[in-house]
Design a protein around this ligand. Sequence first.
Ligand code: FAD
Length: 489
Amino acid sequence: MARLVVLGGGVSGHTAATFAAKWLGSAHEVVVVTPNSKWNWIPSNIWVGVGEMSKEEVTFDLAPVYAKAGINYKQAKAVSINPEGVESSDKPFVTIEYTLAGREGEVENVEYDYLINATGPKLNFGATEGLGDANGLGEFTVSVCTADHAVHANEEFQKCIQKMKQGERQKFLIGTGHGMCTCQGAAFEYIFNIEHELKKAGVRDMADIKWISNESFLGDFGVGGLHMKSMGFAVSSKIFAESLFTERDVDWIIGAHVNKVEKGKVHYELLDGSMGEEEFDFSMLIPPFAGVGLKAYGKDGSDITDTVFAPNGFMKVDANYSAGSYENWSASDWPKTYQNPTYSNMFACGIAFAPPHPISKPMSSPNGTPISPTPPRTGMPSGIIGKAVAHSICDRILKGENAPLHEASMAHMGAACVASAGKGIFDGTAAAMTIYPVVPDFEKYPGTGRDTDYTFGEIGLAGHWIKHILHHLFIWKAKLKAGWTMIPE
Ligand SMILES: Cc1cc2nc3c(=O)[nH]c(=O)nc-3n(C[C@H](O)[C@H](O)[C@H](O)COP(=O)(O)OP(=O)(O)OC[C@H]3O[C@@H](n4cnc5c(N)ncnc54)[C@H](O)[C@@H]3O)c2cc1C
């Protein structure tokens, strides 16, 4: 009997674990180690953050789902990996610390034959003074990165609405809280949902809404922007975004590294080196992401974290990490199998793998401050990669250790993204975009780097309906309800 241990029960790890359990059957064991008792469909946190959905609608208990799937579920967080075992045993293991009520802090070593690291991001609020600290979100801004954060964000948002109803003007500042952030798409969705809700509440005229982001142009989204087929033209996402911001009367500050947050005010540095301040009554700033801080130890107990993980804490996989400067980057630098180069039974998927380099062009201010988006690994690629990695491991367990690995390079993968711009059955809108490939390939697609026949975008009510349907479909799938395997990632 082989044992596959999956660290992280989020989008990528849950996909990997559930498919692996189905493909392996009861002859082998799948273990999931994840600290939360609930699964969260993170994209819908945006709607929790404006009071359009409850926490219960975007989360569910993992235990019954894993029991149904025959998965051994350990509500715990992984702390370290011993990929070579210890002096007395060659068996690799991961050290976990329980978070389960009643067993908090209890430590266990879980041996594995194969390991998937799908631990997602550490929400690194502590990277920006005042945005938070090692314990998480600070007191001056809100977040929608977790369901609990989103509940709190909505409570603060409702207070602002009440103030506006009493005649008090409010300033909203939404975007990224550091020069090295990713996930601009989430902030983009949130700012337009805020705008939409303020309109619905009849107080839009009492609000000043501003975007602040580390993108060098509006519509970069961490993928260097995109050119979308629209009305026979390849229209830049910059034009698309600027039009939307202007139409909704949302102002913007771009190329900004937020370096300090205090009560009601952010301090920032711009790409031209100048410094600025912006006041707010309500602010949602996405934190930068880092790896979750797993350590790795050799057989003799030596610290081999640097061998297994990149300096940002994400796990090294089969990427080309020595491409060097922007001019040398190529689509082929991106990983295909997500296998760790040192330990062949260890893989990383979703946000947990270390990308070879950003997708957007790296930039810094004359003061040397890096200000440009780090690469996003959104839900669809995270799910697709998780499934491909599970497939590879299952093949190796069932067909032998030389079975070929499955590939899922982001440079050969398309992604669909539906960004909500306001919720409502008849007046909702969303920007529905497809992008192919996610990582541009300028050799194959000179000019825009992408296939414009498969890269398109549209904003409207239909997009909102798709987003809403996807919410239910993905939760259905994650609960392993009838036909779940047919629902794409
Ligand atoms: C507000 C918001 C909105 C978004 N909207 C969209 C969208 O509309 N479309 C889209 O495609 N993407 C969206 N994304 C991105 C999407 O949520 C991520 O791409 C996706 O969740 C990444 O999957 P993952 O499995 O890598 O990480 P996660 O889903 O974050 O899962 C990581 C898991 O690992 C667990 N974990 C953490 N530390 C440890 C540890 N030490 N040991 C074990 N487990 C650990 C975590 O608890 C979590 O369960 C959004 C993100 C945010 C924050």
